[in-house]
Design a protein around this ligand. Structure first.
Ligand SMILES: NC(=O)c1ccc[n+]([C@@H]2O[C@H](COP(=O)([O-])OP(=O)(O)OC[C@H]3O[C@@H](n4cnc5c(N)ncnc54)[C@H](OP(=O)(O)O)[C@@H]3O)[C@@H](O)[C@H]2O)c1
Length: 283
């Protein structure tokens, strides 16, 4: 079986690639930085049950449809048609909307949403002609509720939800299984980068819950692919939010906006001091 993992050089994608490699599957890792891809390949090859010759890496930026399509062609030429695609490539830059440069907003939408669409498009035709294939998109718990500082991220990840649901409606008749998962905070390089930037307002809503280990998240995702689950949720609170969001969210957002107003009130500049423009830059 040939498994393609975008974002396979790091974090959740790497942990997923390790599971498939340990099962003896052929695995293609796609990401931008060749150095990190090579390190990931070495790390995976050292696992029991895995074999370096069954792991290949391709440097690609998923925001480019042309690059992505040619990367998929290249890896299918050596390992055969893609049986399972895991679209894990993603980024997050938590900054309040009015302090976020447009390019930073656009980048998150381009990678998280359009990058996923690009790679799905690149494998979809082949899967459809063979009448089989499995696709797993990695969204986020942030798709389930709006979070302060996460306008672009929430928008891109909740858009993936609509994409996956609509595609599942189209793909089922062609034998293609489309799934999506909504991971919680997970200990990865992205999380470490994010936590350093996370606005205090976001901390109020998200709390100081211990992040999950990437291996645990990956095992649940792969289990979801194995069982053909449409959606994979993690933990009680996120599952409640997913199933009962319309009931839970109004009081939760009301409580959150009260708390936020208190913080914002404290941060208002003293008019006597004058010099500070009072803007908050989300760090
Ligand atoms: N960690 C969390 O708390 C958490 C929670 C919920 C959801 N998620 C989602 O889970 C996925 C994986 O996150 P992670 O925490 O494992 O992040 P990570 O450790 O930073 O890994 C992200 C991967 O995506 C690749 N990537 C980023 N931009 C790319 C691009 N334009 N083209 C190709 N590859 C690209 C990165 O490699 P290069 O930089 O070399 O390209 C890297 O391999 C993301 O979609 C993320 O949003 C994460």
């Amino acid at each position: 079986m040939h498994v393609i993992v975008t974002g396979g050089s790091s974090g959740i994608g790497l942990a997923i690639a390790k599971i498939y490699a340990s099962r003896g599957e052929q695995v293609s890792l796609l990401a931008r930085h060749p150095g990190r891809l090579e390190e990931a390949q070495t790390e995976i090859a050292e696992l029991p049950g895995s074999d370096r010759s069954r792991i290949q890496t391709i440097s690609v930026d998923v925001t480019s449809a042309a690059q992505t399509s040619s990367a998929i062609e290249t890896c299918e030429a050596s390992f055969g048609p893609c049986d399972i695609l895991v679209a894990s490539a993603g980024v997050v830059e938590p900054v309040a909307f009015d302090a976020m440069p447009p390019s930073v907003f656009d980048e998150q939408v381009s990678i998280n949403l359009l990058g996923t669409a690009n790679v799905v498009r690149a494998v979809y035709k082949g899967m459809k002609s063979r009448g089989e294939g499995r696709i797993m998109m990695i969204s986020s718990g942030a798709a389930l509720i709006g979070i302060f500082g996460y306008t672009a991220y929430c928008a891109s990840k909740s858009a993936l939800s609509g994409f996956a649901e609509a595609l599942r409606a189209e793909a089922g008749v062609h034998g293609i299984q489309v799934s999506i998962c909504f991971p919680p905070d997970t200990l990865t390089p992205q999380y470490r980068h994010e936590i350093a930037m996370r606005p205090v307002e976001a901390e109020i809503l998200m709390g100081s819950v211990k992040p999950w280990e990437a291996e645990r998240v990956a095992a649940k995702i792969v289990g979801g692919v194995d069982r053909g689950r449409a959606k994979v949720h993690f933990g009680f609170s996120l599952a409640m939010l997913a199933y009962f969001g319309p009931l839970i969210k109004p009081p939760l957002m009301w409580w959150f906006s009260r708390k936020t107003r208190k913080i914002t009130g404290k941060r208002q500049p003293d008019p006597a001091e004058g010099a500070d423009d009072g803007s908050y830059h989300g760090k």
